[in-house]
Design a protein around this ligand. Structure first.
Ligand code: ZN
Length: 379
C-alpha cells in the first residue's frame, strides 16, 4: 500500500500548509535537479531512463565492471514527442519521468548499486526517479484503478524492429500459446494484471502476439515489432531485450494493477526528428487503441479525468515548521507505522538526515518557497 502525503511551505511569509497538487503538463524536479517529472492525468506512465545528457563533474563516471555506459540516443526527445502526440490526440497528459543524467553518471534501469556505483548524489537521483514513478503509479491507481507503464529505450541491434519486453526470454516466447497461458508464465509476466482482467477475455498469448497485442497494433502502422502477430517470437540467435529492472519493479509482475512493458526502439525510428515525430504519432494512436481495447471502454472518447490529491486536512499529517528561514535546519515527521518505509521529496532544501524513516532533518536553502512530501510504503 502506498500513501502520498504532501505539504507546501512558504519559507518566509505564509501561515498555511497546503497539499501539493501536481498540475498535469507541468514539470517538477527532485532535489538533485537531475530527474524531471511531467505530471499526467491519464493512466499512462512513460519513463526514459537512458536518454539523458548531463555529465556533472561532481558525479564520477560509473566504473563498475561490466556496466553499460552508452546512452539510448534520442529517447529523451522521443519521450517528450510521444507526450506531445498523446496530448495533441487526446487533450490529456501522460505521466513522464526522465533521467536527465547521462548513463555514465546514472543508469536508472538498474538496482541502486549498479545504477549509482556508490555516488551519493547519483543515489539520490535514483531514489527520485523511482519515487516519481511510484507517485505516478499511486495517482493512476487512485484515479483509474489500473493503468499502463512503458519504459522507453533504444536498442542498437541491426534488425530494424521494436522489441517489446514482458519479462519473458526469447526462448520462453518460442513456447506454444498453450504453455504461455499456464499460470507459471502468467505469473512471470509484466502484464499479469491485464491477463487476469481485460475487457474481451484475451489470453496471455493473445495479449503478447494476438490481433490486439501492442506489437500487432504497431506492426499494423508500419512498425515491425516482436512479439506480435507478424513476428511472434525472436528466432534462436536473434538479439532481444526482454525487460529490465524498471519493468520488473514497476509492473504488475511485482504486484498491483499497473502493467508494464519495456519498449526498445530500433535506430531507424528514433535518430532523425522526422522519423521520431512520425513514430510518436503512431505510438500515441496505438496506445489509445490498446487502452480502449483492453482496459477502459470508451477510453478514447474521454479518458481525461483530472486527478486531485486530497487536501491536507484529510491526509495523514506531516508535522513540522511551516514558517521557517533559509539556513535553518528543521525536523519534519509523520506518525510512524511499524514496518513502513518513507521516501521524502524536498524542494528548496536538502535532507541532511533520516531519508527512509518517519522523520527527516531538512536544511533550507535560499529559496523563498519549499515543499516536503513523503511517500509511505507498507508491505
Ligand atoms: Zn536502455
Amino acid at each position: 500500500m502506498h500513501y502520498l502525503i504532501s505539504i507546501f511551505l512558504w519559507l518566509f511569509a505564509v501561515v498555511c500548509a497546503l497539499a501539493q497538487t501536481y498540475i498535469p503538463g507541468n514539470s517538477y524536479y527532485g532535489n538533485t535537479g537531475y530527474i524531471q517529472y511531467i505530471a499526467g492525468n491519464i493512466p499512462v506512465i512513460i519513463s526514459a531512463p537512458h536518454g539523458g545528457y548531463l555529465e556533472p563533474a561532481d558525479i564520477p563516471d560509473r566504473s563498475c565492471s561490466g556496466c553499460v555506459l552508452v546512452k539510448d540516443a534520442y529517447t529523451l526527445e522521443l519521450a517528450n514527442e510521444l507526450a506531445a502526440a498523446i496530448t495533441a490526440q487526446t487533450g490529456c497528459y501522460p505521466h513522464i519521468i526522465i533521467n536527465l543524467l547521462h548513463r555514465k553518471k546514472l543508469d536508472a534501469n538498474r538496482d541502486i548499486e549498479e545504477a549509482a556505483d556508490g555516488n551519493a548524489v547519483a543515489e539520490q537521483a535514483w531514489y527520485e526517479f523511482q519515487g516519481f514513478i511510484d507517485s505516478a503509479k499511486q495517482q493512476t491507481a487512485a484515479g483509474f484503478g489500473k493503468g499502463l507503464y512503458i519504459d522507453l529505450h533504444g536498442h542498437g541491434h541491426t534488425i530494424q524492429r521494436i522489441e517489446l519486453g514482458y519479462l519473458h526470454t526469447a526462448a520462453e516466447l518460442q513456447l506454444p500459446d498453450s504453455v504461455l497461458n499456464t499460470n507459471t508464465y502468467i505469473n512471470g509476466s509484466s502484464i499479469k494484471n491485464l491477463v487476469i482482467s481485460n475487457l474481451t477475455n484475451q489470453t496471455h498469448a493473445q495479449l503478447l502476439r494476438g490481433n490486439f497485442a501492442l506489437g500487432t497494433l504497431l506492426q499494423n502502422k508500419g512498425y515491425p515489432s516482436v512479439p506480435s502477430a507478424g513476428i511472434p517470437y525472436p528466432l534462436p540467435g536473434e538479439p532481444y531485450f526482454n525487460g529490465g529492472y524498471n519493468t520488473a519493479r514497476h509492473s504488475s509482475y511485482n504486484g498491483g494493477t499497473i502493467d508494464g512493458i519495456q519498449m526498445e526502439c530500433n535506430s531507424g525510428i528514433r535518430l532523425t526528428t522526422a522519423a521520431r515525430l512520425a513514430f510518436a504519432d503512431s505510438l500515441a494512436t496505438a496506445l489509445n487503441q490498446y487502452l480502449e481495447q483492453h482496459y477502459f471502454p470508451f477510453y478514447s472518447a474521454g479518458p481525461c479525468t483530472v486527478i486531485n490529491l486530497p487536501q491536507c486536512a484529510q491526509q495523514p499529517q506531516i508535522w513540522g515548521q511551516a514558517n521557517t528561514c533559509a539556513g535553518t535546519t528543521d525536523i519534519y515527521w509523520v506518525t510512524p507505522t511499524e514496518g513502513a518505509t518513507y521516501f521524502w521529496t524536498v524542494t528548496g532544501g536538502n535532507i541532511v538526515n533520516g531519508q527512509g524513516t518517519a522523520q527527516v532533518e531538512i536544511l533550507w536553502n535560499n529559496n523563498v518557497t519549499g515543499s516536503v512530501s513523503v511517500l509511505k510504503t507498507e508491505q
